[in-house]
Each structure stands twice: as structure tokens, then as C-alpha cells.
Design a protein around this ligand. Sequence first.
Ligand SMILES: O=C(O)COP(=O)(O)O
Ligand SMILES: [Mg+2]
Length: 227
Amino acid sequence: MVPPLALDIDGTLTTPTGRIDPRVFELLPGWEAPVVFATGKAFPYPVALAHFLGREETVIAENGGVAYVDGETTTVGDPDAARAVVEAFRERGGEVGWGDGDTVNRWRETEVALSPDADESLLREVAAAAGGDVEVVDTGYAYHVKSVGVSKGRALEVVADALGLDPAAFVAVGDSENDVSTFGVAGESYAVANADAAAREAAGTVLDEGFMDGTVSVLTELRERGE
Ligand SMILES: O=C(O)COP(=O)(O)O
Ligand SMILES: [Mg+2]
């Protein structure tokens, strides 16, 4: 038997240029245990991924702000506090940086994400001035302004509970600061070689290979172990 998976998306299931690696479509549709996509992206992105893989839509979005399992949505966090920080950042001349349309934030319910090109020091200054309830998380793909205490790891506990599983039964793979909490609750955790310092530090194992090459190595090993 293979174990259930908690998989980060960006940096973990993608190529270095940010595309979904096609091996996702070979390895995950037939995975014989729950697969939870746990991402900083907004809710529709992991839902779409699960949908087009033909899998149950069991997802964690917005760094844990949104959890969806068995048709039930759980949202946590204070979007107004995050939006107020971003508004103050804009008033100080900062730019969210996604251009017109901003599909990054269009469906975001509990936090706000800013482009990696945004002025990080100004953003951190404004967030610190807002008090202790809001923090800035840098995934390498975006700066997320979110409520303290909201995390992918907490959301994994919610999802695991709904599935009747122990969170420690999960194997987690990820690449950044926003995966540290997942690594803390999963029984086994792997940081791909491109992972940031926080993820490397928190992971049980740091892989030799990066991006989907690293993830494939874990999935292959888990399958062999389960045979
Ligand atoms: O949305 C981001 O900033 C990163 O997304 P990820 O959590 O899937 O890596
Ligand atoms: Mg990632």
C-alpha cells in the first residue's frame, strides 16, 4: 500500500520554468491513497489540478486559509487585516505587481498575494506596523500577506481528520517556507533540492534532485516500498 500524500505545487510538481511537469499526469491519477494538493495558490488552482487528474478534489489553498475535503470548505484567517496591510502598502507607493486582471488574487478569500517583484522591505515594514496578527510569507513565487497561525499544516490536520486518517500517515513534499508546517505534521517529509533554507531545515530528508525530479524520486521509492 502506498501512503497518502500532501504535495506542494509550485517548485515541487512544476518545472523550473513554472509549468506543471507532465509526469504529474502519469504518477498521480492512479495513486492508490488520498492525494492532497497543499498550495499557496488560490482555491481554484488545486481544484482544477485535481479535477483534470481525475482525482477527488481534496485541497489546501491559500497556505491553509482554505481547506476542501468531501465537499466541505473550511476557511480560516482574517482577509480584511491582510487587505488593510496591502492597502497601506499601496498608499506608500507599493505595487501588488500582477498587472491588470490580477487572477492571482481574484478568487483569494483569506489573504493577499504580491508579486516577487514587489518591494519586500516596504511590505514587511507596513505589515510589522499593522501589529502581530498579520505576517508576510515568501514562497519564492509570491509574498503572501496572511494571518498568523494559518498554515498548510493546520489545514492538513483538518483534511486528515475528515478523511479518517492520522496526519502522521501522510508523506509531504515541498520546497519553501510555507511547507514547514506541513512537514511538521506529516509523518515523513521531503524538501526538493531547490527548496529554501526554511524548508530544508524542517524536512526529514533533503532530496538530491530538484523540482519534479525530486518528487518523482520520492513517489517511486514509496511505490516500491508499498509493493
Ligand atoms: O502560491 C505560491 O506562492 C506558491 O505556491 P505553492 O505553495 O504551491 O508552492
Ligand atoms: Mg512551493
